[in-house]
Ligand binder design. Sequence first.
Ligand SMILES: [Zn+2]
Ligand SMILES: [Zn+2]
Ligand SMILES: [Zn+2]
Length: 202
Amino acid sequence: MTTLNLLVIVYGSCSRDPENDERFGAEQRCAEITLNPIIPASAKTLEQKQKWVEGFLQRIGRDMKHTRNWRCEFCKKHTRETVWMNSSWIHLTPPKINSYVHSIRDADKGPCYEQLRGFEAQVALMTGFPPSGPPLPKTQKSYPMSASCIVCNNEASESRKNLKQCGRCELTRYCSIECQREDWKRHKECCKAVKEVKWVWN
Ligand SMILES: [Zn+2]
Ligand SMILES: [Zn+2]
Ligand SMILES: [Zn+2]
């Protein structure tokens, strides 16, 4: 049984942010989320551990997305997708993973796509890690907004305002107690692993 030190940083923007590169500075809007999930004892080798971590990251992907009314860092529209870049020190004791999550409107085309690919290449140069991350779920044509309830994906502006964060982890957002109850079986793995949440947001 091993505890993983996982830091997930979700980046986004807001409508007031400047149009130039200033919005990518040290104070860029983000949520820094520390999670300490337990890697099960059945994962013995490094490869098995890595595989478990990849599965965990995919399972918490939607929780990390539906945390805020994020706007795209590049075009400032309300976001529908997240792009993950991971740095892994899985061989250390305790093992450590940093995940950099960018909230964007569209990962396949347009200005968001162009800028993201350029940014990924820069990060790869700096860290030596190739651009990587869990594959995006390409099963739906349109993705629910980050701003919507994680369960029913209700995008009505009124409900968007009324969304409540899970009281325990203060991250995942729901429109109602019913939606939260329905999701608990799935969400609890993520919820219980969350140790600290820091918002760089004004
Ligand atoms: Zn965009
Ligand atoms: Zn709902
Ligand atoms: Zn929670």
